[in-house]
Design a protein around this ligand. Structure first.
Ligand SMILES: [Zn+2]
Length: 257
């Protein structure tokens, strides 16, 4: 039987990071794909350097953007410190995408023949602490009377399987579209970015897992934001995008209070 310590060693550090824990803002910002770091024991999963640095390992720019939003909104930020290649925290343990054997055009040899014990150990080491921590934070906020708006921050690749994507910002939702509806209506009035509903993915692709776990059961306002990663590849782009999203989130969540 493998255990959590078979996946993460003391030198790897904790799987979950929390920044601005005392933030007074209503937004709770979550970044599941913040990092391309792999635990030391995972090696390179059989991947080359290009794959390990690409969007299959992480969401480039997402953590930097999430930090800017956390600062601007006075929001607590929670993120996963390890790559989605070892465990994708926006997927439940039973999903084949939680520990994918392929991603876009890449094979991931280190994920191809995982035993049940290995799957359990990865789930225990990375997924469980991440979502437990978010649950705990939301419960503590409720206890002290602080509202929570769940906001997950992601980025997507401009070219997927050789096809260019025109969408620049995706506003994604599951069955509760309250916040997304207001944000999309407001974004339509601006010309800043091509902002579309449930693009380049939607709930049918299984991407709303975090919202399903933490927002929907408690009726918390929520949204998943996907930004095309070429728009947040440098400081200038990050600043412009953070400004756009800060205004959108502030105005729209306030409108629903
Ligand atoms: Zn993502």
């Amino acid at each position: 039987m493998l255990v959590r310590s078979d996946i993460l060693t003391a030198a790897d550090g904790e799987p979950v990071a929390v920044e601005n824990p005392e933030g007074k803002g209503t937004a709770l910002i979550i970044c599941e794909h913040a990092s391309r770091r792999l635990p030391a024991r995972a090696g390179d999963l059989g991947l080359g350097a290009a794959a390990l640095q690409s969007h299959i390992a992480w969401d480039p720019g997402a953590l930097a953007l999430a930090r800017l939003l956390s600062k601007a909104l006075g929001a607590t930020l929670v993120y996963q410190r390890f790559s989605r290649l070892i465990y994708d925290c926006n997927r439940p343990p039973e999903s084949i995408d939680a520990m994918p054997a392929t991603s876009e055009i890449y094979r991931i040899p280190g994920n191809e023949s995982l035993s049940t014990a290995e799957r359990y150990a990865r789930t225990a080491a990375l997924y469980v602490p991440f979502h437990d921590r978010i649950s705990q934070i939301i419960a503590e906020r409720a206890t002290r009377g602080q509202d929570t708006v769940v906001v997950t921050i992601h980025s997507f690749t401009p070219v997927y399987r050789g096809k260019a994507r025109a969408v620049e910002v995706g506003i994604l939702h599951d069955s509760d579209s309250r916040l997304a509806d207001v944000m999309l209506a407001r974004a339509d009035e601006e010309t800043a970015f091509l902002t579309l509903r449930n693009e380049p993915y939607g709930p049918a692709d299984g991407v709303t897992h975090t919202l399903q776990l933490h927002a929907l059961p408690q009726g918390l306002q929520n949204v998943m934001i996907e930004v095309r990663n070429d728009l947040i590849a440098d400081e200038t782009g990050l600043g412009v995008m953070a400004g756009f999203l800060t205004g959108l989130l502030q105005d729209c969540s306030a409108a629903l209070q």
